[in-house]
Design a protein around this ligand. Structure first.
Ligand SMILES: NC(=O)c1ccc[n+]([C@@H]2O[C@H](COP(=O)([O-])OP(=O)(O)OC[C@H]3O[C@@H](n4cnc5c(N)ncnc54)[C@H](OP(=O)(O)O)[C@@H]3O)[C@@H](O)[C@H]2O)c1
Length: 426
């Protein structure tokens, strides 16, 4: 049984909202796999979404996939983002809502609001910095008052990167000052792709990036102090000796999420800040040419509403098959994996950071299964179990947190290690 208890009026440890979405269905399966783990007992959970038949179909499918007929009896809650009362009713019943309804810029805020008002913690798998930082701006104080944890970016974006930086820092003997990470993704003979839900989130996110810059000014943040040498920004495309292929700056939420975590640790715990640069391998020259062509079309079309509609209508065409309406098959997912290698530098024990350049290096690795629909559900579910089982290791007050800020003092990394997302010194 989890430490945090349910009650007759709040009967579910976890409610998966958006369970009938492409990602939601795999979160349901992951939760079903882990709900009965642990020395003593089970989690109580339910699925939620706007269509009862679609939710029942997901339970049916999970029951068949996992050979667990009892999943057919999991409770179904009908809730629609556009109906505030339905969100209130859902949030009142849950200790934690796992929110899989995106794009978050369109659907996320009413869920955060309902969670805060009704005392449910909320975990999402958002990779949209504008939404994540907007929630911090608008809901940090009300969430703190209610003792509610709102923890965004708990999927592949950005648990491996955020927890990976903390892991690298903790493994380094001394003061870690800077880390660069290189992501490479491997696919099996069946290939692979990403579901259109993420494509849509990316289109609207990039199209609106001007608003993100103006919103950030509202925080009035001072730049984080730099310890050691200032990290060098690499160019927009370069051959990476680390990844042994061409690489580009990572376009997702990881750098901004890691920065939020570092700011929290510096400001709240007076820890030494770690600078971070994130890069992703894109492969050989053929891929670079495709990526440049697709990138140019994307940047041009996303600026106009007709262009965005075209991009949304034909994800396969405009992304050279990287995104698709159908999403990856189970076989494709089984053949895919990721490696995120961290190259850190810092001052070894006893060396004063005021005294010259960093003198120590470390290389760590986070690796795991397919990113979007295997790693993401594992990370999301383990984040929820961490809240349920280690409430005393979370920040003292509720609020809106990045994963690293929320889970820095917990055993989340050990939990991930046991569930196929492995952290190691390399
Ligand atoms: N962090 C990561 O690494 C990661 C990985 C995967 C996905 N994601 C993110 O997760 C989100 C979902 O992606 P996806 O591919 O699963 O998309 P999807 O298949 O389109 O799922 C969207 C879900 O939202 C639900 N929904 C839409 N409007 C709703 C409303 N008014 N009320 C209640 N539910 C509503 C849909 O319900 P119906 O089923 O009834 O249509 C569906 O369950 C995206 O933002 C994506 O970027 C992040």
């Amino acid at each position: 049984m989890a430490c945090v208890q349910t009650s007759p009026s709040r009967p579910y440890h976890v409610v998966v909202f958006g369970a009938s979405g492409f990602t939601g269905q795999f979160v349901v399966e992951e939760l079903a796999r882990t709900a009965f783990e642990g020395p003593s007992g089970t989690l109580s959970w339910a699925v939620a979404g706007r269509s009862k038949p679609r939710l029942e179909k997901v339970l049916e499918q999970a029951a068949a996939a996992l050979s667990k007929p009892e999943l057919r009896t999991v409770e179904v809650i009908v809730a629609d983002v556009k109906e505030a009362d339905s969100l209130t009713a859902m949030c009142k019943q849950a200790v934690i809502v796992l929110n899989c309804v995106g794009p978050y810029r369109f659907y996320g805020e009413p869920v955060v609001k309902a969670c805060v008002e009704n005392g449910a913690h909320c975990i999402d798998i958002c990779g949209e910095p504008q939404f994540l930082e907007g929630m911090l701006l608008n809901y940090n104080s009300p969430a703190a008052e209610k003792g509610v944890y709102i923890i965004g970016a708990c999927g592949f974006d950005s648990i491996p990167a955020d927890m990976g930086v903390l892991y690298t820092r903790d493994q380094f003997r001394g003061t870690l000052t800077a880390v660069e990470s290189f992501l490479t993704v491997s696919m099996g003979p069946e290939g692979g792709c990403i579901h259109e839900g993420t494509w849509q989130s990316a289109i609207y996110g990039f199209a609106d990036s001007g608003k993100l810059r103006s919103m950030r000014r509202k925080f009035n943040h001072q730049p984080l102090p730099v310890v050691g040498s200032k990290i060098k920004r690499r160019s927009a495309l370069f051959f990476s000796d680390e990844a042994q292929q061409y690489a580009v700056p990572f376009m997702g939420a990881d750098p901004s999420v890691v920065k939020r975590t570092q700011r929290f640790l510096v400001e709240q715990h007076q820890e030494s800040p770690v600078q971070y640069g994130a890069y992703a391998g894109v492969g050989g020259v053929g891929n670079v040419v495709k990526m440049m062509f697709a990138g140019m079309m994307f940047w041009f079309l996303m600026k106009f509403s007709f262009g965005r509609n075209l991009l949304i209508k034909y994800p396969e065409f405009f992304s050279f098959g990287l995104f698709s309406k159908a999403g990856p098959t189970r076989k494709q997912m089984a053949g895919s994996s990721f490696q995120l290698v961290f190259y850190g530098e810092g001052y070894t024990q006893g060396k004063d950071p005021k005294d010259g350049e960093p003198d120590g290096k470390i290389r760590t690795l986070v690796q795991g299964p397919e990113c979007g629909y295997v790693t993401t559900p594992i990370a999301m579910v383990q984040a929820a179990l961490t809240i349920l089982n280690e409430p005393k290791a979370l920040p003292k007050n509720g609020g809106v947190y990045s994963p690293g800020a929320a889970f820095a003092k917990t055993t989340l990394i050990d939990r991930l290690n046991k569930h196929g997302i492995q952290f190691s010194v390399n």
